[in-house]
Design a protein around this ligand. Structure first.
Ligand code: GLN
Length: 540
């Protein structure tokens, strides 16, 4: 078997430098040269997974086909590489300790004192090489979460050091992403933070092979030479990662700098032909859209756009496919609840109601849905968004005035949304929802079917509640169409309205399967419907 090559991506100076985008961009370039690539992320927090964290803290929870609740960077990996991630692509400190402590209790280490080195680092290394051992990949990119110098990420960096040493050159390398800030008052780019960050890495025994320097301005020759001198990195391995308007341009910029060629040379891999045609065409549609369309995104975490990362990216993909830029109008559901939908829904050509948990803002979402349903503005409801659409229809069209979800009102007589059968009796919170990919059968002749153009689909779920079958007939008799059903006929996965131009709700999360060059059919059709609405209304 051929030796799998390992690239480790670390970050220094500050967080939020875009390690995930950098790793994804490098992965895409290598994939586009014909290598089999995957990316994995190691997160330093103690939570076993981000599923129990508030989106305000951590952004969205990204769900894989096999039902893992993971870091949102995995979404970038999938969107760029167009490959599906699994449980193995995301490890947290919580998982590592959980595993080691379980083994200790079982007696696997009988006699030994269990320590960070070697027991914790061994478990980290086992996970770092697990995907490589499948033989499915030529190159594994590992993103280490956090910033060099953080207490929490030390065991990951130590495991990386051991592994890089064991694998040796040319089988492993480290790419260190840093910041070269521009100091406005002196009009200069400063290299000191990068020097310090490399020093910190060197102190723990890791010599970076490539430096990627984020900066607002170009790094001239002298600056590169200075950084190279202080960090033992060859001058031609110091790259600039300049700010660009769209994250999807980063692979193109990296390609221009020939970062991928440098990597392949260092790994002793052949420099095969680069094929980025599809990607370049996509990016030029993103950067030069022919028209603009305003779509409202109504949720309760709208102050932190990362909480809806996959949704906003899915709109970039779907916009490009429609030669349009989707301008998202972020609407706080609680504001709608307080002031009514009218002022927020002006001049929009579509409304998306976001997923969510808990009752805060739900009444605002319901009134926004009533507004667009009555005004025939395209509507797209995802998970809680679909559940709100069902509640709204039951209340205002089926006249079941107290219709609700038992998530928000346990005692309602008209529990049109109710806890799923197999969720009853579930007490613990971590990884206990209905999670991951499930099949669904679509009804022919619906807008849903017209979007997908196929009858059998699979989509990813993350929820505990569902449409209550006791109300299916009542809702159908008033014009709601159950357009997607689980193969056993028991679960309503999608709904739409027959007397509305485009009104679709889904119990799953389509945003998780949208890829840059393969937009999700529902987002694509929704943006199309919004453009149609805009066209019709600008005429009058
Ligand atoms: N809170 C709802 C449920 O658990 C919706 C979940 C979601 O939007 N992801 O079913």
């Amino acid at each position: 078997m051929k030796q799998t090559k390992y690239i480790f991506v670390t970050g220094g100076v500050v967080s939020s430098l875009g390690k995930g985008i950098a790793a994804s961009s490098i992965g895409l370039l290598l994939k586009s040269r014909g290598f089999r690539v995957t990316i994995q992320k190691f997160d330093p927090y103690i939570n076993v997974d981000p599923g129990t964290m508030n989106p305000f803290q951590h952004g969205e929870v990204y769900v894989t086909d096999d039902g893992a609740e993971t870091d949102l960077d995995l979404g970038h990996y999938e969107r760029y590489l167009d490959v599906s991630m699994s449980k193995l692509n995301n490890t947290t400190t919580g998982q590592v300790y959980n595993e080691v402590i379980t083994k200790e209790r079982r007696g696997d280490y009988l006699g030994a004192t269990v320590q960070v080195v070697p027991h914790i680092t061994d478990e980290i290394k086992r996970r770092m090489t697990a995907l490589g051992e499948t033989g499915d990949y030529d190159i594994i990119i590992t993103e280490i979460g956090g910033t060099v110098g953080d207490i929490e990420s030390l065991p990951f960096l130590e495991a990386m050091r051991q592994l890089v040493f064991k694998l040796g050159k040319p089988n492993a390398l480290n790419i260190h992403l840093t910041l070269v800030p521009f100091i406005r008052s002196s009009g200069e780019l400063k290299t000191k933070p990068t020097q310090h960050s490399v020093k910190t890495l060197l102190e723990i025994g890791v010599q970076p092979d490539i430096l990627l320097c984020r900066s607002e301005h170009p790094l001239d020759h002298d600056l590169r030479a200075k950084i190279a001198l202080f960090s033992n990195v060859a001058e031609d391995s110091v790259f600039e990662a300049r700010d660009v308007p769209s994250i999807y341009e980063v692979p193109i910029v990296f390609g221009r700098e020939k970062i991928d060629e440098t990597i392949l040379r260092k790994l002793h891999l052949p420099i095969r032909r680069l094929n980025m045609q599809g990607w370049t065409a996509f990016v030029s549609r993103v950067v030069h859209p022919q028209r603009n369309v305003r779509i409202a995104l109504c949720g309760k975490y709208v102050q932190l756009h990362d909480a809806y990362k996959s949704i906003s990216e899915a709109f970039v993909h779907a916009g490009a496919a429609n030669n349009a830029r989707v301008e998202l109008v972020w609407i706080d559901a609680e504001d709608v609840q307080k002031h009514g939908p009218g002022q927020y829904m002006k001049n929009i050509s579509g409304l998306l109601v976001a997923p969510g948990f808990g009752s805060r803002g739900v009444e605002g979402k319901i009134s926004a849905i009533q507004y667009v349903r009555e005004k025939h503005i395209p509507f797209f409801g995802i998970c809680l968004g679909m559940q709100c659409a069902v509640i709204e229809y039951a209340r205002h069209v089926c006249k079941l005035r107290d219709a609700n979800s038992t998530e928000f009102n346990k005692k309602t007589r008209h529990n049109v949304i109710d806890l799923m059968e197999d969720q009853r009796g579930v007490e613990t919170k971590g990884a206990t929802m209905r999670l991951g990919s499930y099949p669904c059968i679509l009804k022919k002749g619906t807008n849903t079917y017209r979007a997908y153009r196929e009858q059998f689909i699979r989509e990813r779920h993350r929820h505990r509640y569902e449409l209550n079958n006791d109300f299916r007939l009542t809702l159908e008799s008033k014009g709601m169409v159950m357009s997607g059903i689980s193969p056993d006929g028991k679960l309503v996965e999608m709904i739409e309205l027959s007397n509305h131009p485009w009104f679709i709700g889904c119990q799953f999360h389509p945003e998780l399967k949208s890829r840059a060059t393969k937009p999700h059919p529902l987002f694509r059709a929704f943006v199309h419907a919004a453009l149609e609405h805009q066209k019709k209304h600008s005429k009058h």
